[in-house]
Design a protein around this ligand. Structure first.
Ligand code: PLP
Length: 405
């Protein structure tokens, strides 16, 4: 098992911001030196456009970019030609909803989502539904903060053409039994789309065991740069899917009025990609692999258990999400009736950075009966001392706001 304090030394942001307790990795993680260096090295030594130039520099850039694709494939236990580079999970999910959804959905079809989805896995499906006449249904969340599995069974039918689900909730920390749900949905003939934005950074993921057709992730949440994410797609599904964006790099032959397209993954990478960012993401994936994703998950769970235990000591603090072993490294809370924004500002004054708001999950917050929450999230560079500082800051904030609670 790695030592989070040693890991922390790999991240320059902490030396440059002494006293910072960073508890917002679920929004975007910090970057290790190797990732930052990889970006600079690429621009200083290897930059040219990819898949175009006949000259050596361009070939080197192409090799580095394709190497990153292989690294991501290794990280997900997939084949490189199933890895499509996109900007982030949002783009990956939009790609599927537009390219697959518009080509395959019809009036009378149903898209099954869940109440705990991030807007990135809701709104693209709403847009697809509006254009095709398909209907959206959602699996409710129980009072215990988990998916209602009986409701899932009841909502699944022959009409279900798509089942789109998050691997881990960015608010509740609940980890969904994706492989089982996906198997049931695929058995009914539904396309299964997994939002791995919170799963990929924290859980060992083998897409070959997930029973899904698509898996979306954001590189910037897993130690990579912003601007690079991945859509993994099952080879045969990707092969049958029409393009999302048209332009350079994704075509075979172009006439004035029509074109034929290259095979995946290039078919879905129109235009010049985020080359440096993809390379940086490849390095981030290697860094995580070296830490060991089993150990990352173990570390996250241990820290989350510790956080839940300590935070229960704070009077008037309401914690959201399930209890149990399979809970990921986010803890959402509210202090009495205090607006979470005021609470977060008070925590920030004490050097503790947490996120507040609806975390792009308004339907879930409606289900929780609140407009907003504060959220602390942990990653490989956090340890118990960060939780202790959060606790101290919360107790001080409570003292300060006593009259308003
Ligand atoms: N899905 C989940 C569960 C998330 O937590 C997020 C980001 O917070 C996203 C999707 C969207 O990620 P991005 O903004 O990087 O596209």
């Amino acid at each position: 098992m790695f030592d989070p304090n040693e890991v922390k030394r790999d991240f320059p942001i902490f030396a440059n911001n002494p006293g910072l307790t960073f508890l917002d990795s679920a929004a975007s993680s910090q970057k290790p030196r190797v990732v930052i260096d990889a970006l600079a090295h690429y621009y200083e030594y290897d930059h040219a456009n990819v898949h175009r130039g006949a000259y050596e520099l361009s070939q080197r850039a192409t090799e580095a970019y394709e190497h990153a694709r292989a690294q991501l494939a290794g990280f997900l236990n997939a084949d490189p030609d199933e890895i499509v580079f996109v900007r982030n999970a949002t783009e990956a999910l939009n790609l599927v909803a537009y390219a697959w959804g518009l080509a395959n959905l019809r009036a009378g079809d149903e898209i099954l989502l869940t109440e705990m989805e991030h807007h990135a896995n809701l709104v693209p499906w709403q847009l697809a539904a509006q254009r095709t006449g398909a209907q959206i249904k959602a699996v409710p969340v129980t009072a215990a903060g988990r998916l209602d599995l009986d409701a899932f069974e009841a909502l699944l039918s022959e009409r279900t053409r798509v089942f789109a689900v998050t691997q881990m909730s960015n608010v509740l920390g609940a980890v969904n039994p994706v492989a089982e749900l996906a198997a049931a949905a695929r058995e009914r003939g539904a396309l299964v789309v997994v939002d791995g934005a919170q799963g990929a950074p924290h859980l060992p993921v083998r897409v070959d065991e997930l029973n899904a057709d698509f898996y979306a992730l954001s590189g910037h949440k897993m130690l990579g740069p912003t601007g690079a994410g991945v859509l993994w797609g099952r080879r045969d599904v990707l092969g049958r899917m029409p393009p999302f964006l048209g332009g350079g790099s994704m075509i075979d032959r172009v006439e004035i009025t029509s074109s034929s397209y290259t095979a995946p993954p290039q078919r879905f990478e129109a235009g010049t990609p985020a080359i440096a960012e993809a390379i940086g993401l490849g390095v981030a994936a290697e860094y995580l692999k070296e830490l060991g994703m089993d150990d990352v998950w173990e570390h996250d769970r241990r820290l989350t258990r510790y956080a839940l235990e300590r935070l229960r000591e704070v009077p008037d603090l309401h914690l959201y999400g399930p209890t149990g072993e399979d809970r990921g490294a986010v803890v959402a809370f509210n202090l009495g009736s205090l607006h979470p924004h005021d609470l977060a500002t008070a925590l920030d004054e004490r050097g503790v950075a947490v996120r507040t708001g609806h975390h792009c999950a308004q339907p879930l917050h409606r289900r929780l009966g609140v407009a907003a929450t504060a959220r602390a999230s942990f990653y490989v560079y956090n340890d118990e001392s960060d939780v202790d500082r959060l606790l101290e800051a919360l107790l001080e904030a409570r003292e300060f706001f006593k009259a308003w609670l």
